[in-house]
Write a protein that binds this ligand. Sequence first.
Ligand code: EPU
Length: 337
Amino acid sequence: MHLYQNHSLLNYNTFGLDVKTKYFLEFDSEEDLIDILKQSLVRENPLLVVGQGSNLLFLNDFDGVVLHSAIRGIQTVEETEDAVLIEVGSGVIWDDLVGYCVKQGWSGIENLSLIPGETGAAAIQNIGAYGVEIKDVVQKVKTIRIADGQSSVFEQEACHYAYRESVFKKELKGQFIVTSVIIRLSKKPVFNLSYNHLEKEVLKNGTMNLENIRNTIIRIRESKLPDPKVLGNAGSFFMNPVVKRERYEALQLQYPDMPHYFVSEQEEKIPAGWLIEQCGWKGRTIGNVGVHAKQALVLINCGGAKGKEIAELAAMIQQSVAGRFGINLIPEVNFIS
Ligand code: EPU
């Protein structure tokens, strides 16, 4: 266990906000975490568990304990001719894991290349990109219950996964800490290239293989999304809204070029980035904050921003999208006050 006081969270929020936490604690094993959870410091203060903070917006300094997993390591649990089951520590950097699996020739997560963050948070957030979500490969999530330090293993179905949602963000929010994630990957190449022009892009880049898919996705992401080390951001700030079919049809009549994705007979998904761009926000800056010029769904810290300024910009964007399209944008980013 490592304890730090008045610790900077600059390295634990990709918005690059200069905030501090009263206490910062790191654990590197399940046993370590169970011990930590018995400490009065942890029991008597507000608790926040973070990965790399790639989906967090700190509105203030944090007056409590920030806990971070340093459980690293990737172990093969089971292997057959076709598939491999691996157990991944919650503190493993997600993209390091993707790189490792691609090198081994294991398919399933290559489309999730370059997503910032750590594996534990990725499983809570149900990260997704280019037609794949982590839920497609998760088999089990191993956790410790904060209340009593009991270990508890969640099977995939018990995680109640949905678009950027899981039981850990909803019904059981703040009750469990992820220690490792068990992931099933295929040893036979199974590619998912259904997203927009992905297949064409991959073939433009070379032959159809895992390495090429990973490199193509990295290239696409780098062309649209700012590097958080250069320009603070948390990827997509809002979720893409799902609207009732009648509303979608009415909007489509008015905006025939509006991009959209089929969800069900009753619903259609509309890219929030398009809605925000239509409202004239793309590339605009207000003080220290702004809307990325290449992807309107990404809010940026232009340097020295406060969390509250980002929250104010987000509220203005929500207001204009609601005013023009009658759609409420819901943040994907978690606000911490
Ligand atoms: N679009 C615009 N203007 C913009 C941005 C997008 O018109 O400023 C349009 C694009 O032309 C395209 C559509 O919106 O027709 C979708 O854009 P894009 O492919 O960039 O994806 P997205 O819907 O904006 C989602 C995820 C991303 C993920 C990409 C690729 C959400 C909230 N975001 O973005 O995830 O990388 O698809 O699969 O679902 C994240 O969650 O942080 C994230 C980056």
